[in-house]
Write a protein that binds this ligand. Structure first.
Ligand SMILES: [Zn+2]
Length: 87
């Protein structure tokens, strides 16, 4: 279906969403951070998501699990599925 054949396992959009707080806190190991950067580099949906998370942090001063409701998270994941099919 796709021509993606990277030498390492690519993060899925959902994995990226789960890692984004660690990423923004600088808590990811180098290898994982590199994979995160690689994904964001070619996935406009996740790039937008990352920018929104950064904006949330700059607005609230911090990012807590409560800042993203389960409903909002599920809506985001639905949107990511849509982006994936779009590509
Ligand atoms: Zn993505």
């Amino acid at each position: 279906m796709t021509q993606a054949a990277n030498t390492y396992e690519e993060l899925s959009c959902q994995e990226l969403v789960e890692l984004v707080t660690d990423y923004l806190e600088g808590a990811l190991p180098d290898e994982l951070r590199a994979r995160f950067d690689e994904h964001v580099a070619h996935c406009s949906g996740c790039r937008t998501y990352l920018e929104q998370m950064r904006l949330t942090i700059s607005t609230t001063g911090r990012l807590t699990p409560e800042s993203l409701s389960p409903e909002a998270e599920s809506a985001l994941l639905d949107a990511f599925r849509g982006w994936k099919h779009d590509g």
